[in-house]
Design a protein around this ligand. Structure first.
Ligand SMILES: Cc1ncc(COP(=O)(O)O)c(C=O)c1O
Length: 347
């Protein structure tokens, strides 16, 4: 237990929870690190803190200035929280198709919020370009740029990775992560492999993202779409370049309906959509690699932030998804048979 002067001091040092149900089914120890415990409710608090600390140390960012960032929401919430601790203001630019839960939280923090239409990256009205432009037009704005700013991955190299190493007493065999900016998978994979080169790193990619295809074939091609948020990307960014990945798998939204309900009902844990994808990837790795492995992944944010999509039957039905969860034994059999669809770094 800690006593702090500011919420930003309580970022990190999150607990790890063994997913009892899936661990018993697979004979592996499958852990989720509860990043939802961060004061802003997500893993992105860590990146937000490191980006602001590094920029202040360099002198790029000074009290009274405004942090501006293009975000799917969680980075905006993290930056809003950290900005207050350092006497800064916050302006988040968000596409307007993200869950209203995150928009509301940015406003609750007293940050400014600008929403824009979701458009392809090449369009100058994309949230990323809008944030950059706002910073260019205002001398007292500082653009965090989480995609290219490697303070993002440093946060995980300096804090998340060492915590995982300590919490597993160096026994982690497999690390599983989704990727948006790639900061999480880059910083953690770099740190963990420096401790033990044998730690295997798995990336899980949703439909609509090109990372899996990029690793397999060298270019960004995607199929379908996904209701997950903050993850998946169609371009190579600086943070992701530092990731050391051994295996990658692409999994559909339908599996998230099955697994989120299964874990809610058996473990009492309500996972958000990217967190459920992480757990699906961990289950895949457990089945493919066999019993006895220690596997670590993340609950990236609060499950409530996915209430209006992953847990909204009307929304799921409209997207043409089946509300009925697949029997877990059937999903496990499918995952067992999926070996050919997994990308492995060597052969
Ligand atoms: C809920 C959630 N999960 C995962 C991620 C991806 O993390 P990273 O940007 O470090 O790849 C994000 C990023 O915004 C997120 O909001």
């Amino acid at each position: 237990m800690r006593t702090a002067q500011r919420p930003s001091e309580l970022i990190g040092q999150t607990d790890m929870l063994r997913i009892h149900s899936l661990s018993e089914l697979t004979g592996c120890d499958i852990y989720v690190k509860l990043e939802s415990q961060n004061p802003g409710g997500s893993i992105k608090d860590r990146a937000a803190l490191q980006m602001i600390k590094d920029a202040m140390q360099r002198g790029d960012l000074k009290p009274g200035m405004t942090v501006v960032e293009g975000t799917a929401g969680n980075t905006g919430i993290g930056l809003a929280l950290v900005a207050r601790s350092f006497g800064l203001n916050m302006l988040a630019v968000m596409p307007n198709d993200q869950t209203p839960e995150k928009e509301r939280m940015i406003r609750l923090h007293g940050a400014q919020l600008k929403t824009v239409d979701p458009v392809p990256f090449r369009d100058q009205n994309h949230f990323y370009h809008t944030a950059r432009r706002l910073a260019e037009e205002n001398v007292d704005y500082w653009w965090a740029n989480q995609f290219e700013n490697i303070s993002n991955m440093r946060a995980h190299y300096l804090s998340t990775g060492p915590e995982i190493w300590q919490q597993t007493q160096g026994q982690v065999d497999i690390f599983v992560s989704v990727a948006g900016t790639g900061g999480t998978i880059a910083g953690n994979s770099k740190f963990l492999k420096e401790q033990n080169e044998q730690v295997e790193v798995w990336l899980v990619d949703p439909d609509g993202s090109g990372i899996y295809h990029y690793l397999k074939a060298g270019d960004y091609v995607s199929k379908g779409s996904s209701f997950t948020e903050g993850i998946g990307i169609m371009r190579l960014v600086e943070n992701f370049k530092h990731a050391r990945i051994d295996a990658a798998v692409n999994l559909p939204d339908q599996d998230l309906i099955t697994l989120s309900r299964f874990i809610r009902d058996h473990d009492g844990l309500v996972l958000g959509s990217s967190s459920t994808l992480n757990v699906a990837g961990a289950l895949m790795a457990a089945i493919q690699r066999g019993p006895g492995k220690t596997i670590v992944t993340f609950a990236c944010d609060l499950g409530e932030r996915s209430a209006s999509k992953l847990y909204n039957e009307h929304y799921l039905r409209e997207r043409g998804l089946q509300l009925e969860a697949e029997p877990i034994a059937q999903l496990i059999e499918r995952y067992r048979a999926a070996r050919d669809s997994i990308w492995f770094a060597q052969g």
